[in-house]
Design a protein around this ligand. Structure first.
Ligand code: IMP
Ligand code: MG
Length: 173
């Protein structure tokens, strides 16, 4: 991958994930949770994170999209598949790859609020692009804060490619 510059190495990512899991294990204190992975971007993060979570846990997968194949958020969130079990009274942990404008996160949190009375709802994102936020969404947990740069790898794609990289980086153009 000569054309890709590394921002966070595989080791940095895995170390941070273990730290996040430790915080979550402390917070949930053995209570059961539903870990909701937002496909496709969060797939790598979600599967690595849950390996270090120690409470009884069920994984759910929903699919949202807001990008139209370009590198800017489309401003509209598309619920490709948002079928979820009954989450009333459950602890819900949403797992995202990156919060950019915050529109996807807001859409999802509103959806949960409108459909369930959860016991708790926490939002975890590996990356937090705070500078491009258009609302007041703040993830409860995040791995790394990043700048306004289009990132790829470890689930993050550019037109579908690069999700398989073990590190997070950017194209050196
Ligand atoms: P938001 O709705 O603008 O917060 O965008 C959230 C979604 O846009 C994320 O879940 C990602 O799938 C995608 N996204 C935002 N920034 C990037 C990036 O730098 N690289 C790849 N995908 C991104
Ligand atoms: Mg995403």
């Amino acid at each position: 991958m000569k054309d890709v510059k590394v921002l966070f190495t595989e080791e940095q990512i895995q170390t941070r994930i273990k730290e996040l899991a430790k915080e979550m294990n402390r917070f949930y204190n053995g209570e059961e949770i539903y870990a909701v992975c937002v496909l496709k971007g969060a797939v790598m993060f979600a599967v690595d994170l849950v390996k270090y979570l120690e409470m009884p846990l069920k994984m759910e997968f929903i699919r949202l999209s807001s990008y139209n194949g370009g590198t800017k958020s489309s401003g509209r969130v598309n619920a490709v598949d948002i079928s979820l079990p009954d989450l009333n009274g459950k602890n819900v942990l949403i797992i995202e790859d990156i919060v950019d404008t915050g529109l996807t996160a807001k859409f999802l949190l509103d959806f949960l609020n409108n459909n369930f009375h959860t016991k708790s709802t926490k939002f975890c994102s590996l990356l937090d692009k705070k500078i491009t936020r258009v609302n007041d969404i703040e993830p409860d947990y995040y791995g790394f804060e990043v700048g306004d740069q289009f990132l790829i790898g470890y689930g993050l794609d550019d037109d579908g490619y690069y999700r398989n990289l073990r590190f997070i980086g950017y194209k050196n153009v």
